[in-house]
Design a binder for this molecule. Structure first.
Ligand code: NAP
Length: 356
């Protein structure tokens, strides 16, 4: 019996994860957390003793004593839970990419000390983990992250000037929470994933590429030094990587349909348009600078996305706000959580100012 804590339990990933836990008698829910949504009914339905709305997740996790923490919180708010699980050697099923972006260096160090499992739930990183498993790292030439390109793929900057939040939220292939859906439309999501991949797999940025694959069937590829590439294919459905992480290493069955070749399968690839979608290149630069820069990138992006969703900022203003805030932040080493909390606060302040 494995005890599972689900943070962000009321969100898109959290709800799918609860379904998967209930389908597997060897998994048991021990703790739930939301941001502000009441949890009484959910906790009662699943007989979960420990449930908490917002606040510091550490006490909840200590009381719940999980074997697996599924971190499906959105944004920087997920940092404490990620660091706690890694430090304590508790298996971390990580959907909350923002925590690894913001606190990557601390997370890698905590993971080394704790010695537990870190299993990515992001579909691309779950795919990379599977393609890399058991391979000699010296044979790996590079990683390729795929992106659908979002709802605005192929558009020019002029055509993006007046797009609305409703249009940005209409993702062509994935059904997700609002923040990541907007991040997919701007390509900031792929920028966050680039930094996430760097910290998860320890490769330098110049060996991590991004390519558009509009049907989201190829989730990622690993290039090897002999010229071969291994790819991970499947329909876009988050139940696969969530179940993979929660039932690791058994790879339990899911309800997801296998690929149906009789219907045809379109596997086209194209390079991303970095001029129309500048957040991908901004993320790469922030990642390469290191220290608190990735944390600042994430914080400024969170502020800009919230302003866009509230109708205070046009779509193109998201990247402009992040760029302006990043130009002003004073990067510093990320020595501890206090450094990151300060970098996050400062970048939010600069982004709020830039977003008016
Ligand atoms: N959805 C996907 O398919 C997908 C795919 C790959 C990666 N991810 C990543 O998974 C994470 C969750 O995404 P999502 O799409 O599931 O988001 P979502 O639907 O917006 O859900 C977010 C969850 O986080 C909770 N939350 C918000 N602020 C919190 C706080 N301060 N403390 C604790 N909990 C808080 C929310 O609670 P309330 O309901 O109370 O607001 C909700 O349960 C993100 O990092 C995202 O990038 C998602």
């Amino acid at each position: 019996m494995k005890r599972v804590a689900i943070l962000g339990a009321t969100g898109s990933i959290g709800r799918q994860a609860i379904e998967i836990v209930t389908e597997h008698p060897e998994l048991e829910l021990c703790a739930l957390q939301s941001g502000s949504t009441p949890l009484e009914a959910l906790a009662a339905e699943h007989a979960v003793e420990h449930a908490q709305i917002g606040g510091d997740p550490v006490r909840l996790l200590e009381r719940g004593a999980p074997d697996i923490v599924l971190n499906a919180v959105v944004g920087f708010a997920g940092v404490r839970a990620t660091l706690w699980a890694l430090e304590h050697g508790v298996t971390l099923a990580l959907a909350n990419k923002e925590s690894l972006v913001a606190a990557g260096e601390l997370a890698v160090a905590a993971h080394e000390r704790g010695g537990g499992l870190l299993l990515p739930v992001d579909s691309e990183h779950s795919a990379l983990h599977q393609c890399l498993e058991g391979r000699d790292r010296a044979s790996v030439a590079g990683l390729v992250l795929t992106a659908s390109g979002g709802p605005f793929r192929g558009r020019t900057r002029d055509e993006l000037a007046d797009v609305t939040a409703a249009q940005a939220l209409a993702h062509p292939t994935w059904r997700m929470g609002p923040k990541i859906t907007v991040d997919s439309a701007t390509l900031a999501n792929k920028g966050l994933e680039l930094i996430e991949a760097h910290f998860l797999f320890g490769l330098p940025y110049e060996r991590i590429e991004v390519v558009l694959q509009p049907t989201s069937v190829v989730h990622a590829l690993v290039r090897f030094r002999d010229g071969a590439s291994l790819a991970h294919l499947g329909y876009p459905d988050m139940r696969v990587p969530i179940a993979f992480a929660l039932t690791y290493p058994e790879r339990a069955a899911t309800q997801v349909a296998p690929l149906d070749f009789s219907q045809g399968l379109v596997l086209e690839f194209e390079p991303p348009d970095l001029e129309t979608f500048p957040l991908l290149a901004l993320a790469r630069t922030a990642g390469e600078r290191g220290g608190t820069y990735p944390c600042a990138f994430n914080a400024a992006n969170e502020v800009a996305v919230a302003a866009f969703l509230e109708g205070r900022l046009p779509f193109l203003g998201i990247a402009a706000t992040v760029e302006e805030a990043l130009a002003e932040v004073a990067g510093a080493p990320a020595r501890d959580l206090a450094d990151l909390t300060e970098a996050d606060r400062e970048a939010r302040r600069l982004a709020e100012r830039a977003a008016v």
